[in-house]
Design a protein around this ligand. Structure first.
Ligand code: HEM
Length: 417
């Protein structure tokens, strides 16, 4: 998704807003639309051609309310627009699609397993993943940062989950297919066939992995899920499979887009890159600004459990409400000068990892990984130049870049001529 600075609301016709259309995020620009919606229609209703309908919220305060209050808004009927109105077979089984209190008892042990303390014991996996991702950064060569970054989360989450390395490239592609089935680069058949096919493939894959852990117990994350006893009993086989899918998808489809968005922003604001190089203390805030700036998880959805009122609009029980995180992260009421890329800004309230009970359980992992990756990038690279067209992912769920050709000059070495 392009990241732009809206100049005004005049050109946005609110009666024609279509936030569902994946094309908007590939070749269009949602930022002026979100800007206008926050001002003039903070709760916006949209009906699709086939009759399905949903509300959109774009302000930070409304986003927090919808994401946090599970008594008003449920996750159990699905949390992504691509399944709008179809229900979610993983509801009540997959943590992300389960409401408290069941959600809490599933989440607590997993959150401990993904805590900074536990992750520090496996830091070597991250070090290796960082080296692999940045291996193509050779002097003067053109390389596609988006392609290199795409495999990055797989090489640490895959390792944590105990997934054989030979399967990493296919699983990287498969997880992107699952979130961008409309993107021709990631299609295998039409979008419907792509989505159904890849879901089968991933669920079959994890089903075999889970079965393997029953005869070959291991201390990886999949093994951990098989041993978990939320509410005193084991998870069902399909619940473990859904949670494996959710963990891998959660990591793979989001993390790379923080790095690519940061590098795009540095290309536009080289002064910020120089500032970062001069002060390594800015790595952590730069990652947080990268999270706010990119907001890779573009939306999450809930269904209203009762009739509710948001921004003076009555939302009927059972209706879907999509929360646009990229918009909330540019809400002027919370972020001063929200369209300014500033690696030193205070970003504590950004919603890139969500808010409330479903706040990303992989946030510590993503933060540690991104800080290590950016530290290494800054140490390796003195100069970055654009070297070809940027391609944006066609997806209403993930705001990301699929191709970002760049030329980098490595620190301490002259540019190749
Ligand atoms: C920059 C990277 C990441 C971003 C931007 C991100 C974003 C998010 C967001 C916005 C949610 C909230 C979903 C909701 O409210 O319904 C979430 C939840 C989740 N994320 Fe992440 N995520 C990232 C990395 C990861 C990683 C590395 C993992 C795996 C280790 C992961 C696994 C999950 C899971 C399993 C949930 C569901 C949590 C729950 O329901 O309690 N994510 N993520």
């Amino acid at each position: 998704m392009r990241i732009t600075v809206p100049t005004g609301d005049a050109e946005v016709d609110l009666s024609r807003v279509d936030l569902f259309d994946p094309e908007l995020y590939a070749t269009g620009d949602p930022h002026p639309i979100w800007h206008a919606l926050r001002r003039h229609a903070p709760a916006h209703h949209q009906r699709l051609a086939d009759g399905r309908e949903f509300w959109s919220v774009t302000r930070h305060a409304d986003a927090c309310r919808v994401l946090a209050d599970h008594t008003e808004f449920t996750s159990q009927r699905g949390t992504l627009l691509n399944a709008l109105g179809r229900g979610d077979p993983a509801g009540g089984q997959m943590m992300a699609a389960t409401d408290p209190p069941r959600h809490t008892s599933m989440r607590e042990p997993l959150a401990r397993e993904l805590s900074p303390h536990r992750l520090n014991q496996r830091r070597h996996l991250l070090t290796r993943a960082v080296r692999q991702a940045l291996a193509p950064a050779r002097d003067g060569d053109v390389w596609d940062l988006a392609v290199a970054a795409a495999g990055f989360p797989m090489s640490f989450t895959g390792a944590l989950m105990g997934i054989p390395e030979a399967d990493w490239p296919r699983l990287t592609r498969a997880t992107t297919m699952a979130i961008a089935p409309d993107d021709t680069e990631f299609q295998e058949g039409d979008s419907h066939i792509t989505l159904v096919g890849v879901h089968h493939e991933l669920f079959d894959y994890f089903s075999s992995e889970v079965t393997r852990r029953r005869t070959e117990p291991s201390d990886d994350l999949i093994g951990f899920l098989t041993r978990m006893r939320p509410d005193g009993g084991p998870l069902r086989h399909d619940a473990i499979v859904y949670n494996c899918y959710s963990l891998l998808l959660g990591a793979n489809v989001t993390t790379p887009h923080v790095l690519t968005a940061l590098i795009c922003a540095f290309l536009e604001h080289p002064d910020e890159f120089r500032r970062l190089k001069a002060d390594p203390g800015l790595i952590a805030p730069a990652v947080e600004e990268g999270l706010r700036w990119s907001s890779p998880a573009n939306h999450f959805m809930r269904y209203a459990r009762t009739d509710v009122t948001i921004a003076d609009q009555r939302i009927r029980r059972g209706t879907a409400v999509a929360v646009w995180l990229g918009s909330a992260n540019r809400d002027e009421a919370v972020f001063a000068n929200p369209y300014r890329f500033d690696i030193g800004r205070r970003t504590e309230r950004h919603l890139a990892f969500g808010y409330g009970p479903h706040f990303c359980v992989g946030a510590s992992l993503a933060r540690i990984a991104l800080r290590m990756l950016l530290t290494e990038f800054v140490a390796l690279v003195d100069d970055i130049e654009p070297a070809g067209p940027v391609r944006h992912l066609k997806s209403n769920f993930v705001a990301g870049i699929s191709h970002l050709p760049i030329r980098t000059r490595r620190a301490g070495r002259p540019a190749a001529s």
